[in-house]
Design a protein around this ligand. Structure first.
Ligand SMILES: [Zn+2]
Length: 315
């Protein structure tokens, strides 16, 4: 607003005072352009795949930004061991987007080791309501597998970046709003379809879907993995089969990485249908990864929970 005034004034009066204002305005304009051209790239790191997608969409095609993944794409954060070459990637960062509630605890010692003291830490979970983990007493750190949280946390990232680059605030806001609109559309379509779900209680192999299922009013009767990424013992598997039978669960959502042999036991002994969903934890970092994989997840959920019920009714 202040800039508009400075620029508009010179055209109104050609008095000496006006000319002076004109010169000042011109200098100001030159300074603004010069700083836009020479301003250093704002480097923003991310620890998890969804954070890459969200941040990349917030900065969009604006010049002067770099979004940088710290972990190699193929490594799930749950199995990650810090490497010196990854610590190097933190040294010149201006900011980093982190989970901060258990999914990337390795990052704090890494930042310390990098010697980067000016880095701004963007904690996306700061104002996100959290649910607890299925096993144990901790919180479920997978807040990112949720449309609602993705929208809220995208705005949190946008706000934090705008504070570092106030001149881009409006553009960053427009980008975030655009992205949020697309996410809400996927969610709205899925919610309409899932409103007809006849199956509303499921078991998941991985404890990563509490937030996603909750936002569609679906319930988790149990989680197969005893801990994050751990394979269940024979005894735990037996208990799970018993639970599936007792609670008459018909659908299990599994992971690509879960051992097929164990899955077969569950399938054969409990007579459930198994569908694979993803918690967006590995692969290439791309701006559209989150949208694509979440679309796939809701499509799978619809196929698993709505379609069989409809065909059963028809039969
Ligand atoms: Zn996980």
């Amino acid at each position: 607003m202040k800039n508009d005034k400075t620029v508009a004034q010179p055209f109104r009066a050609a008095s000496p005072a006006g000319l002076k204002a004109c010169a000042t305005g011109l200098l100001l304009l030159i300074a603004v352009f010069a700083s836009a051209q020479t301003r250093p790239t704002l480097k923003i790191g991310v620890t998890l795949h969804p954070y890459y997608s969200w941040t990349a969409n917030v900065v969009g095609t604006l010049p002067g930004y770099e979004v940088r993944s710290i972990l190699p794409g193929e490594v799930d954060a749950g199995d990650y061991q810090p490497r010196p070459e990854d610590i190097k990637k933190l040294m010149d960062l201006d900011a980093i987007v982190i989970n901060g509630i258990g999914h990337d605890d390795f990052i704090t010692p890494m930042i310390k080791a990098s010697g980067n003291k000016k880095i701004v830490i963007i904690r996306v979970n700061e104002s996100t309501p959290q649910i607890h983990a299925a096993h144990g007493s901790g919180v479920n750190s997978h807040t990112f597998i949720s449309f609602t949280n993705a929208v809220q946390q995208t705005y949190a990232i946008q706000k934090a970046i705008a504070a570092l680059r106030p001149s881009d605030a409006a553009a960053l806001q427009a980008n975030a709003a655009d992205y949020a609109r697309r996410l809400r559309l996927i969610k709205a379509r899925a919610a309409t379809a899932l409103a007809d779900a006849k199956i509303t209680r499921v078991v998941t192999v991985h404890d990563g879907y509490g937030y996603l299922l909750q936002e569609f009013g679906l319930e988790i009767a149990g989680v197969v993995q005893p801990q994050h990424g751990l394979t269940p013992s024979a005894g735990e598997l037996k208990d799970m089969v018993a639970l599936l039978k007792r609670e008459k669960i018909r659908v299990v959502f599994s992971e690509e990485t879960f051992p097929p042999a164990l899955l077969k036991v569950v399938q054969d002994e409990a007579g459930v249908q198994v569908y694979t969903i993803t918690h967006i934890a590995s692969g290439a970092y791309t701006p559209d990864k989150f949208e694509k994989e979440m679309q796939r997840n809701v499509d799978t959920m619809i196929r698993a929970l709505v379609t069989p019920a409809i065909s059963n009714k028809a039969a």
